[in-house]
Every structure is written in C-alpha cells, then in structure tokens.
Design a binder for this molecule. Structure first.
Ligand SMILES: [Zn+2]
Length: 248
C-alpha cells in the first residue's frame, strides 16, 4: 500500500515521474448516536480510500479527520471546523499537492457536511486559475451503494448514524462496539418535515439521540464487508476514468 506518510520525498519524486494523482480521505469527528463511533466518517473514508489506492497503485495522503459538523455540536465529543476554515484547509491541501506537480486530486469523503465547503474550495481554486482535476467522491451517495443499502436495510438506513456506515466501522473496529448499546428504538421524524440547514439546537430538537431516521442496531460486520466492497469497486472505476482524462 502506498501511503504518503510512509514515503520519503525521494520516493514521491519517483512517483511523480509516473503519476500525478493523489487520493485524500476526508471525514469528520462527530457524534454518531449512542450506537456509532465518533470517528465513523473518517474511519470509513480512510479504509475505502486505502483499499482503492492499494488496488490501483495510487498514493493515499493522510486522512483529514475533522470536517464541517456544526449541526452536531449539541452532542459531546463533536469537533467542527467553521465553513471558512474548512474551505481554507482544503485550498491549502490542494495547493500543496499542486505545487509538487500533482494534477488529479481526489477526495474520498465520508461526511455529507463536507461536500459544500469542499466544492466551494474547488470553485475558489478554479477562480484563481489553478490547473487540474479536483473531485470529491462521497461513498455513501453512490447509487450502487445505496441500492445495496436498500436491499439490506430497506427504509431503515436513514441519513445519519446509518446501519451502513456503522456496519463498516464494526468490521474495522469490532472491539469499539463492546461498549455500545444494541436495543431497538423508534425511528425519528422524516426528513421532509424538517428544514435545512439546522443549528446545533435545532438538530438536537429534531433528532434527540443523534440518529436521522436510521436503525444503527441493524449493523453487522458482514454487511459492512459487502457495502465497503461495492464502494471500493465503484470508486475504483471512477478513478480509472479520471486517470484517462487529459489535463487541459
Ligand atoms: Zn457519518
């Protein structure tokens, strides 16, 4: 596996002779209900990104473990970047890779709240006339992944602390689940009855235990394996396309 953190600059120079792509996993440090891990979003994104990198022989950068999570701040342990900081962080990371000659910069994302600020950062970079392909792929939004989620969890996957993401973390960090509950609860209010965005207080009122229409108690390691494999397969195909594109 080619992890940037394990290379020397000499090895990065050699890589850049052959390739100009880097994958950056990004997630969040935020509550995932009493059932899920606070690190869920970066743990899933990192594992998927590293598996894609391994299969395609592509460099994977260190994971950005903090994201835009202001709506989860009503729950202990959540850490958030402000939208403007997040945009700044993404721009600085992309600019650093561009400086070294990378031209295909792909973020593999585990958290919905990151999408808008990351895309705004890309737009800002283009406004500044930066050359290259900047893309964010959110594994949980891939239609192929969502189809499997529907097959397994029917209408109980929901939108946060989903049994899908909890299944993947269960597969990756089984020991962390020894202290988590497993009893069934009621599903929370449907999303179409709630407006967005939400402040931390509004979120907590709408979703008192941090779930959004999800049944995380349905999570199982074997589902995590299936879902992760599909995410890796679809993202690898997308990256193969990105590799064929001509940088204008
Ligand atoms: Zn999540």
């Amino acid at each position: 596996m080619m992890l940037l953190e394990n290379l020397s600059y000499v090895e990065v120079e050699a890589y850049l002779v052959e390739k100009d792509i880097v994958i950056i996993p990004i997630g969040s440090t935020e509550q995932h209900s009493p059932y899920g891990l606070i690190g869920t979003d970066f743990i899933t994104a990192e594992a998927i990104a590293r598996e894609v990198g391994k299969r395609l022989d592509i460099l994977v950068a260190p994971t950005l473990t903090y994201g835009m999570s202001q709506h989860h701040m009503g729950f202990k342990g959540t850490v958030t970047l402000s939208p403007e900081t997040m945009i700044g962080v993404i721009k600085d990371i992309v600019n650093s890779f561009l400086d070294h000659g990378f031209r295909r910069i792909v973020f593999i994302n585990g958290h919905g709240g990151n999408i808008e600020p990351v895309k705004t950062a890309f737009t800002q970079l283009k406004y500044e006339n930066k050359k290259g392909i900047f893309e964010i792929i959110s594994w949980f939004l891939l239609p192929e992944v969502q189809e499997i989620e529907r097959d397994i969890f029917e209408d109980k996957n929901g939108y946060h602390a989903t049994p899908s993401e909890v299944s993947i973390t269960k597969l990756l960090r089984p020991e962390a689940f020894k202290t988590k509950p497993s009893e069934k609860k009621r599903l929370t209010k449907p999303r179409n009855q709630i407006y967005y965005p939400l402040s931390r207080e509004e979120f907590k009122q709408a979703y008192p235990d941090g779930r959004m229409e999800s049944a995380p108690w349905l999570a199982k390691e074997k589902y995590g394996k299936l879902i992760m494999e599909e995410a890796v397969r679809v993202i690898s195909n997308r990256i193969r396309e990105i590799l064929k594109m001509k940088i204008l």
